[in-house]
Design a protein around this ligand. Structure first.
Ligand SMILES: C[S@@+](CC[C@H](N)C(=O)[O-])C[C@H]1O[C@@H](n2cnc3c(N)ncnc32)[C@H](O)[C@@H]1O
Length: 607
């Protein structure tokens, strides 16, 4: 019995000693129920790192919350008073693979009564006694004390109290208001004024959407990390689903293309593809839900479409840690792609189209019918099914190119090769046809189409390339064809200049393309450009277009035919084959350009 009592007493003593050790020197905070500390965290490069740090900190017993900011590279940790040591937090961060240290901040106090040099050490000592203060200095002349302290741990009230205890009066000098209003506030102010909405309400709604997005992102990251993904992959996987949920297809594709990416993740981490796809769809759906709730709210306040979009998208992006992008979207009325982005996007969209529809053909009946009607039965009998299935033209340039046996022809943006094959029939075995396309999958299908057609005796070559800058030599071609391509090219002048360069003197171009018959309102045009989809994305008006052709050096432009797209054709050509491959322009904008979109066919000569 005695032995048992001794054992129990020893246990109690041991527990008390350990407790004193923990809550003594090492413990953070002694005065409040819960404490906060800000840690500087180094090494976090992507948002999923923040998730990892957050989850590591939250696992430390006694930690209530941990908010980790990738942008500020810091973690604000709230924990139970006296229960957690700084070393524990630093260790937890270290185990997650990052470096943490206490973030320091500075403040300046105005001190009244500090009139002789003797006062200085008293003020300094008083301040240094406050837990978390690391350094102080004071200046009698200016009547101030500068305090360096652990960020988030020390309050100004604590400092003031400490100075008062030492017999002086302290206060914080009022900061002059900064002239630059933060981006968000100024945007909310602007929206508030336009739509007569209380600014605070705009801020609250925005923040609640941001928080919802943050939760979705956090949960997705957790899911991914728990399945062994590394942070970069987890980040790309989660972000692409969320970008997709807000119709930011381009951003989604850029970071992670689910079709290819999911099988790569499956190979790398042995996560079943089914699970990866299912979770990706789930994250996209959840994001979409939050986005739609926000859109409904904004629409109910009568916001214009573009403001609804930028307001809601920026909140979601911000929740995903894409702060810079969120600000950019909020600031710009419409997005402007760079030329490189457009090329990347075109390559991606047409590449995926080739992969998906080579066997089944265009899923849009109107588009299928339209393209079918461009070629007669005899022409159709000369091409293979793959070439026809993937045909996306708006004319039949071989018909008016007047090709002769023995000529060398280059098809700009040849797609799956329908016009290349028809041209090869015209120029015969002594001629040559070269097809160039930016999408490698299109070139693959074009090669396959030629094999299927059985044109063994013809000289046909295909290259993956950008028609704005070709690897082909000067002055070797007789004819350059192009069918519904240059409308998609950001720098149309470069494309025509390249055509001019590779053509022999007296060589010709035979082009079928899409233009606007008149000038389109700049805002609408900018909106079309912001999606760069279908025929309206990169279209310019006919006069400007032909001016570009002339400027590149061509002469004797002869318009063969103009066809104003019917409303049905216009809708099909701007939205097909659906938003899965490219976002559709705004319906109202498409409606507004009805009767102004022309399919034009022309020839011109290099003098
Ligand atoms: C509307 S499709 C037309 C394809 C083909 N001419 C036809 O009639 O079926 C446009 C094609 O142009 C290609 N393209 C777009 N921009 C290009 C560029 N800068 N350089 C080369 N090809 C490009 C696309 O990859 C796509 O295959």
């Amino acid at each position: 019995m005695r032995t048992f009592r001794v054992f129990v007493v020893s246990l109690i003593v041991l527990f008390a000693v350990s407790w004193i050790t923990i809550s003594g020197n090492n413990a953070i905070g002694e005065e409040k129920e819960s404490e906060k500390i800000t840690l500087k965290v180094e090494g976090m490069k992507v948002s999923c790192c923040a998730e990892k740090v957050q989850s590591a900190l939250q696992k430390v017993p006694g930690v209530k919350t941990a908010e980790v900011s990738l942008e500020r590279k810091e973690a604000v940790v709230e924990f139970e008073k006296g229960k957690v040591t700084l070393a524990q937090l630093i260790e937890a961060v270290k185990e997650a693979g990052y470096q943490a240290s206490v973030a320091l901040e500075k403040t300046v106090l105005k001190i009244e009564g500090m009139v002789t040099p003797c006062c200085v050490p008293r003020v300094q000592e008083a301040l240094l006694k406050v837990n978390g203060v690391t350094k102080t200095s004071a200046c009698i002349k200016r009547g101030i004390a500068e305090v360096e302290m652990e960020a988030g741990r020390v309050t100004i009230e604590q400092l003031i109290k400490a100075v008062e205890k030492a017999g002086f009066k302290a206060f914080v000098e009022e900061k002059k208001e900064s002239k630059s209003v933060p981006q968000l506030e100024s945007k909310f102010k602007e929206l508030g004024m336009i739509y007569n909405i209380v600014e605070k309400e705009l801020g609250e709604e925005w923040n609640s959407v941001k928080e919802a997005a943050k939760k979705i992102y956090g949960a997705c990251c957790k899911w991914s990390l728990s399945r062994g993904m590394d942070i970069k992959d987890a980040e790309a996987y989660c972000k692409s689903a969320m970008f997709s949920g807000i119709n930011e297809k381009f951003l989604a594709e850029k970071i992670f293309c689910p079709k290819v990416g999911i099988s790569k993740l499956n190979e790398k981490y042995k996560i079943p593809e089914k699970d990866l796809s299912k979770h990706w769809d789930f994250v996209k759906k959840e994001t979409k839900k939050s986005y739609e709730v926000c859109c409904k709210w904004a629409q109910s306040r009568n916001m214009k479409v573009e403001d609804v979009e930028s307001y809601c998208k920026s909140a979601i992006l911000s929740g995903m840690g894409e702060t810079a992008l969120a600000e950019k979207i909020l600031k710009e009325e419409v997005r402007k792609f760079t030329d490189d982005e457009i090329k990347e996007l075109t390559k991606n969209r047409y590449g995926r189209f080739a992969d998906k529809y080579a066997e089944v053909g265009n899923p849009c009946p109107i588009r299928k019918k339209q393209v079918g009607s461009l070629y007669n039965q005899e022409e159709i009998s000369l091409v293979s099914k793959t070439a026809l299935n993937l045909a996306l033209g708006c004319g039949n340039p071989v018909r008016f190119a007047n090709l002769k046996p023995g000529e060398v022809v280059v098809d700009f943006g040849c797609g799956a090769g329908i016009d290349v094959i028809l041209a090869a029939h015209k120029v015969g075995p002594s001629g040559k046809v070269i097809g160039v396309d930016i999408a490698p999958q299109m070139i693959e299908k074009a090669k396959q189409a030629v094999v299927e057609t059985g044109l063994k005796d013809r000289r046909i070559e295909f290259y993956v390339g950008n028609i704005e800058k070709l690897q082909l030599t000067d002055s070797f071609a007789d004819v350059v064809l192009s069918n519904c391509v240059i409308v998609l090219v950001p720098n149309k002048y470069s494309a025509y200049k390249e055509a001019f360069r590779i053509l022999k003197t007296d060589g010709r171009i035979a082009i079928s393309d899409i233009v606007f018959s008149e000038k389109i309102c700049p805002k609408r045009k900018a909106r079309f450009e912001s999606v760069w989809s279908g025929v309206v994305g990169g279209a310019v008006n006919e006069k400007d277009y032909l001016e570009i052709v002339k400027r590149a050096g061509f002469e004797k432009i002869e318009i063969i035919k103009r066809h104003f797209l019917t409303p049905e054709e216009l809708i099909a050509m701007s939205t097909c084959p659906g938003t899965e491959l490219a976002p559709a322009p705004d319906e109202k904008d498409i409606e507004a350009v009805q009767g102004k979109v022309v399919s034009i066919k022309f020839t011109a000569i290099k003098p």
